[in-house]
Design a protein around this ligand. Structure first.
Ligand code: MUC
Ligand code: MG
Length: 367
């Protein structure tokens, strides 16, 4: 089945509570909906979240690169020619979330065309993922209160705590307060979004030595090459490379350089096809994987579940699937629901979601 058109539709949905972290803040989901149309009248969908502080993309930039470069390169291809699409899109450097959304919308359209679910197409390992909730910067008491609400309302028992503020004692106090509030009933890990130096990172991790963290993520920049290697060599928990390790080459460099010992896979930036490559490389290198969140809406979250549930290695740890809870609304006809700390794969063809036309009309910014 051939692709007849590719659309990039900017939309904006406000957050009830902004997410704040060391590299930036997000107050609204100013994303781009990608729609792949086929000659059969099937429409595949995915969303691209611009994160200028992480990848340099903007909402207007994503629309422009899709309209001017990517749409003409992909139109006319068969849905099965994902590797051709990838090779063509990769003639343009950067633009990871725009490329990823096109890839995932092609998979969605392929699933809808064949009547098969994307999780089954990718590997079909399980039908659900445990959910990890990300706690953004706030007063320590508010961060503990938010975690208590997540445990009580959704049964979530894994928390990723945003760190990277100065002095490091500020964040150390939050992590300690969480451990004191919940005892060993929760799993905790920290993500610095490159906010600390290697020395600050190790100081904080030493202060947290008795808190029993499961991971530390991107505490300092990968460009602190020797400092980060020194840090990772001195930690006794896996160090996750997130924004520093998007492509297989990045992952290989970070891991062989001793600067990471685990990876985050985010479908928002590598789609399903690129995420498969990261997954297989993680298997080859023997790395733990966490399914990460690019501050996705429900559509992006459904993509993360679809991929994460497809393999053993990506479903082993709790996946970051809850950022959409802070949005005031969303585009799906049927919202995602977290129950007993889990999110289930959407049944049905493709990614298993439908866009609500009224909601899209309300939130789109191009008409
Ligand atoms: C995360 O894991 O870092 C914040 C910035 C970004 O690129 O992703 C989010 C969450
Ligand atoms: Mg991260």
């Amino acid at each position: 089945t051939r692709i007849t058109a590719l659309e990039a539709i900017p939309f904006a949905i406000p957050y009830a509570k902004p997410l704040k972290f060391a590299s930036g803040e997000v107050h609204a989901a100013e994303h781009v909906l990608i729609r792949v149309h086929t000659e059969d009248g099937v429409i595949g969908v995915a969303e691209a979240p611009p994160r200028p502080f992480t990848y340099g993309e903007t909402q207007a930039g994503i629309v422009a690169v899709v309209d001017s470069l990517f749409a003409p390169q992909v139109t006319g291809l068969h849905l099965t020619q994902r590797e051709v699409a990838r090779a063509r899109l990769d003639r343009t450097v950067g633009n990871p979330t725009a490329k990823a959304a096109i890839d995932m919308a092609m998979w969605d359209a392929f699933g809808k065309t064949t009547g098969l679910n994307v999780t089954d197409l990718l590997g079909g390992y399980t039908d659900r993922l445990r959910v990890s909730h990300m706690l953004g910067f706030d007063e320590p008491a508010n961060m503990v209160a938010e975690a208590e609400r997540m445990v009580a309302t959704y049964g979530i028992r894994t928390f990723k705590v945003k760190v990277g503020r100065r002095p490091v004692e500020l964040d150390v106090a939050v992590v300690r307060a969480l451990r004191e509030a919940f005892g060993d009933a929760v799993e905790l890990y920290v993500d610095g979004n490159r906010g600390w130096t290697p020395a600050e990172s190790l100081r904080a991790m030493r202060q947290l030595a008795d808190v029993d963290l499961i991971f530390a993520e991107e505490l300092c920049p990968a460009d602190d090459v020797l400092g980060r290697r020194w840090l990772v060599g001195n930690l006794d928990v896996p160090f996750i490379a997130d924004e520093s390790a998007v492509t297989p080459a990045d992952i290989t460099r970070e891991v062989l350089g001793g600067s990471a010992t685990a990876i985050s896979i985010k479908t928002a930036r590598t789609g399903f096809t690129g995420s498969q490559r990261a997954h297989h490389l993680a298997e080859g290198l023997g790395l733990e994987v966490v399914m990460g969140n690019q501050i996705d809406g429900q559509l992006g979250t459904a993509c993360t579940i679809a991929f994460g549930a497809a393999h053993q290695r990506t479903s082993h740890r709790a996946a970051e699937l809850s950022n959409f809870l802070d949005m005031t609304d969303d585009l799906l006809t049927e919202p995602l629901r977290i129950r007993d700390g889990e999110l289930r794969v959407r049944p049905g063809a493709g990614i298993g979601v439908e866009i609500d036309p009224d909601k899209l009309a309300h939130y789109r910014q191009d008409s």
